[in-house]
Write a protein that binds this ligand. Structure first.
Ligand code: ZN
Length: 255
């Protein structure tokens, strides 16, 4: 029997405590709803824990990260309160193979921008408009089980291009918005041994994480991002002794 995937759902958990209308949507925090979604989607295949900004080390101790196969990240208003040493720790784990699912405004989080190496900025508008997410990689496991060419969210915050990310390795969703903009809404990247998925939906003033398609995609993404492949050897090292004899001359002689 295979071991369940160990997922840590991270949330800054600020809006839900500060804004009554967000609290009404997510009374126990966005992390609680995401954790429920993963249990619903993956059942016995997953073991979910949550972590939030105000916990010691933001709940992301060496021990927790060492026992995390996939980390999901939701942050919006408090990116700058995330300690740089913790960001470095998360980055190291991603390079070692931990999957990372960056949700919505995590585009501007320290960990996402560090892993991307670009500004990761975009255009936005809060007008409660319709979003249509087109599936542009129907064979991809992250789109598994979606039954139509697109799915819609009735009211969302708009994110528009230009989205300043490196060229995604795979593009799974492209969003169209009622107001005319388009956006690369589902993008994969690899860094070291780690797999990263950016997924746009999730503004906190709409019930986005109760949507069945959104929940399905996040469940699929967690499964896809699980560590796989070979052992990661990321350190640089000099190899003065060759593995097998080298014919011909040795190193160039210096004066
Ligand atoms: Zn937002």
């Amino acid at each position: 029997m295979t071991q369940p995937l160990r997922v840590t759902v991270w949330n800054e958990f600020v809006h839900e405590r500060a804004k009554p209308f967000v609290q009404k949507l997510y009374p126990d925090g966005i992390h609680a709803v995401l954790a429920d979604a993963l249990r619903e989607q993956l059942g016995a295949d997953v073991e979910v824990r949550t972590a939030t900004l105000d916990e010691p080390e933001h709940g992301l101790t060496e021990e927790v990260l060492g026992q995390t196969d996939v980390l999901t990240w939701w942050g919006h208003t408090a990116h700058d309160r995330v300690n740089d040493a913790i960001v470095d720790r998360v980055q190291r784990r991603v390079l070692e193979g931990m999957g990372l699912i960056a949700l919505h405004s995590a585009h501007a989080s320290k960990i996402f921008t560090k892993l991307m190496g670009t500004g990761c900025m975009l255009r936005w508008r809060e007008a409660g408009e319709r979003e249509r997410l087109w599936v542009v990689a129907p064979s991809h496991p992250i789109a598994s089980g979606l039954t139509h060419e697109y799915f819609e969210l009735a009211r969302t915050e708009m994110y528009g291009e230009f989205f300043d990310i490196p060229q995604p390795e795979e593009l799974i969703f492209i969003s169209w918005f009622e107001g005319g903009e388009v956006f690369r809404s589902g993008c994969t990247f690899r860094r070291g041994r780690g797999r990263i998925f950016y997924f746009r939906p999730g503004h906190e003033t709409y019930p986005i994480y109760y949507d069945s398609n959104v929940r399905r995609v996040i469940g699929n993404a967690v499964r896809w991002a699980a560590p796989t492949g070979a052992t990661y050897y990321g350190e640089g090292r000099n190899i003065p002794e060759p593995l097998s004899p080298i014919a011909g001359r040795g190193p160039a002689e210096h004066d």
